[in-house]
Design a protein around this ligand. Structure first.
Ligand SMILES: Cc1cc2nc3c(=O)[nH]c(=O)nc-3n(C[C@H](O)[C@H](O)[C@H](O)COP(=O)(O)OP(=O)(O)OC[C@H]3O[C@@H](n4cnc5c(N)ncnc54)[C@H](O)[C@@H]3O)c2cc1C
Length: 374
């Protein structure tokens, strides 16, 4: 084990692995320090939805650039991410129809394959859905989902081929400074020297930032999901759906299952140290009630399993990307429940920022950590 690196990345989730991969491609030797095991945080619990649609253009650009990785993983990264193209439908309340029209134009101008469809087209794509309460929906025929564990492992494996090291069971306990610059980290497995430290610690990003004397306003976002055994009347394959009216999302999962998440009542500011390994009381009942409003046939389904996770949450629910505090200290965190699908492009842009002083692939200045200081 060497104890000197061009950059130390704190956190072995999809973001730590993506950055190690991209810095490695540019010739930098990194060490990823992970207190548990690879993808043991939000990443390993992620629902894995891959869609391009966002309200903020820079996020759409990151998702669109990342899509070119997910859909071409073996060639671009190596290994597998198990991308499954299901198509993606987003249903919104009629009050947002005008905003939806503007939003679709923004995406089409970026070259994203996306269109507005009416309820009858939604019914063609997913006949088991109730389509009585909206006028328009967004449809992305190329989108779907991927396997977050496979994606993270293959990014890390490819990073290792470029000289990266992953050390699991290594908790970073302090960040060392010399003359106002990063000089190394202290960890449960020893000290490491480096001029660059990247905070990719997910829900633990705030205490990690404090180690560098930086107050980063990133708290936590807790999220529950369940897997339902589908009734036979629901096809095994159907489009991935975000339903903003009922505040749910769901998608097919291997083995005749449906993965279902609720977008309301995700609690923030909870300590991720208290993992409860299961959903919150009342969640299962509420989730089933909500999906049955959109897909009444689900009433004949049954609960297969449940899981929960914590992500880092920022005040504006946008990622925190860039340099902050002492020279050599960077943040790549605050993904606020939606950072899986953007991780390839975020890692690429962060590598450009670190090496070239500026991200060129996508302008990430709207994610600058210093925006919260004003
Ligand atoms: C249930 C759930 C469903 C989601 N669904 C989706 C989805 O469908 N699509 C989507 O795009 N996004 C989704 N997200 C969000 C997405 O999963 C996260 O944004 C993304 O995985 C964050 O990756 P990360 O690498 O930043 O963090 P993490 O995966 O949490 O990794 C951070 C790592 O840092 C380690 N760490 C922390 N402190 C230290 C320390 N001091 N020393 C060493 N290591 C440390 C942790 O152990 C952890 O492994 C979901 C999140 C959850 C919780």
């Amino acid at each position: 084990m060497t104890n000197t690196a061009d950059a130390i990345i704190i956190g072995g989730g999809i973001h730590g692995a993506s950055l190690a991969f991209h810095l490695g491609e540019r010739g930098m030797k990194t060490i990823v320090l992970e207190k548990n095991s690879l993808a043991s945080g939000a990443t390993g619990r992620s629902s894995g939805l891959i869609r391009i649609n966002y309200d903020h253009e820079a996020e759409s650009q990151l998702a669109w650039k990342s899509f070119s990785y997910f859909s071409n993983w073996e060639e671009r990264v190596g290994g597998k991410c198990d991308f499954t193209r299901t198509g993606f439908i987003k249903i919104t309340h009629p009050d947002y129809d005008n905003a939806l029209r503007k939003n679709i134009t923004m995406h089409q101008n970026l070259g994203v394959p996306t269109l507005l469809i009416d309820p009858s087209k939604v019914k063609d794509l997913a006949p088991f859905l109730n389509v009585d309460d909206f006028n328009l929906a967004i449809y992305e025929p190329e989108s779907g989902y991927a396997d977050p564990n496979a994606a993270t492992s293959s990014l890390m494996d490819s990073a290792k081929k470029h000289g990266a090291q992953l050390i699991q069971g290594a908790t970073v306990t302090d960040i060392q400074l010399a003359s106002g610059k990063v000089s190394g980290v202290r960890s449960s497995v020893g000290d490491f020297s480096t001029p660059i430290v990247v905070n990719a610690a997910g829900a633990w990003a705030q205490p990690v930032a404090e180690m560098a004397g930086v107050k980063l306003p990133v708290d936590t976002w807790q999220h529950d999901v369940i897997f339902i055994r589908q009734p036979k009347s629901i096809p095994k394959n159907y489009p991935t759906i975000i339903d903003n009216i009922n505040q749910i999302y769901f998608r097919p999962e291997e083995g005749g299952l449906t993965l279902l998440g609720l977008e309301d009542k995700n609690t923030t500011v909870e300590s991720p140290h208290n993992y409860i390994e299961g959903t919150k009381p009342g969640f299962v009942q509420r989730a089933i009630e909500q999906i049955c409003k959109r897909a009444p046939a689900m009433e004949a389904g049954s609960l297969h399993s449940e899981q929960d996770g914590y992500d880092g949450n920022s005040p504006d629910r946008r990622a925190i990307l860039g340099q902050i505090g002492p020279e050599g200290f960077y943040a790549q965190c605050g993904f606020s429940g939606s950072g899986f699908k953007t991780a390839p492009a975020v890692g690429l842009c962060m590598a450009e920022l670190i090496i070239d002083g500026e991200a060129k692939t996508v302008d990430i200045s709207s994610f600058d950590p210093n925006r919260f200081l004003h």
